[in-house]
Design a protein around this ligand. Sequence first.
Ligand code: MG
Length: 419
Amino acid sequence: MTTSRLQYGGSSSGGIAVVIPAAGTGSRMKDSLPKQFHLLEGRPLLIHTITPFLLETKITEVIVVAAEECLEKTRELCRSAFPEEKRLRFVCGGARRQDSVFAGLQAAKAELLMVHDGARPMVTSAIIKRCCRALEEGLAFITAIPVVDTIKRVEGGLVQTTLDRSDLFRAQTPQGAPGTVLIAAFRQFLQHDLTDEAALLEKAGVRVHLVEGEESNIKITRREDLRLAASLLSGRKSEVVPQRAAQKTFPRIGHGIDAHRLVTGRKLILGGVDIPFARGLAGHSDADVLTHALCDALLGAACEGDIGKIFPDTDQRFKDICSLSLLTEVAERVESKGLRLENADVTIVCQQPKIAPHISEMKQNLCKSWAHLPGWPAPDRLNIKATTEENMGYTGRQEGIRCHAVALVFPSDSGMTHL
Ligand code: MG
């Protein structure tokens, strides 16, 4: 008996590759669409599978193995989900699962290798970290969970015996080993029909260590597994958001400030409310200074520049436009970056007229402009207040109105696609 630790021990700085076989034909799902393309919560199963590996910085290569007829589609799907990702590669698979895995392993440059089923979309960052640790210790490993059900040996419909479940484990993936160990085992036993990499390693006499798996790390083989995965995912969402937060540092804050001159012959529009007053604000649009400040705060939080850049006052399309429609466009732009507004606080600096009677209607108007975006705030997470500058300065002399806004953004609930 050899051990991977003794033979190949020591830590490696040569990176960690994961090979993800996704060369299935979906025959057990009883339709022509291979299961890796089935949608889970609106995203292809394969994308769910790949995502946590790309979130792990120790993973230096993600090698997706696809059947020849699906290779291009797989590549396009992954490239559109992860356009900036340089660690992704694509390899053409073989006739059997182990042929596909071997093709992927041979394409890897890293010294440490793991294999993960393309049809296990619920793998977590915690599992992946444990697997990386095992590899860094020079171990061959298998992810597994203890059997909790009592197991019976049955023959001819009759129970023969009850097995001692204390030493029984259910195999999951990832499974892996130092590259030299794994590839040698594949070379030696490639022709044998084995169900997983650990079986191959065992056959080669390598000691395979256990890495703790998770009950939810299920393999999707039947249609009902997809429903189970969807319900597990919806339960996990609350955990996923903080995980993304740790990656990208949330919340983010944006600040907006705007001022317009008070003139005769114009309506006074603030937060979409037409406020009765002798004068109104001058501007190319409806000059809704409050909505403009909020737009700028949102754009600031999303690092998307400012309102003047997106809606230039030289463009006739925006002449006298209702600024609430600009806010809708800004909100959609923020949402498309995988972000949602958590709350905003707006201060109007204005000597006259009195603002307080209109605040409730302003909040309703602003919230209506993003009402179609899930998770965006209702009026209870939007604060609008007004102050004067005690007759000082241009607002005090009633030459104009100024508005300040701050906006806090978080990843949107559907934001896993926006890595
Ligand atoms: Mg403005």
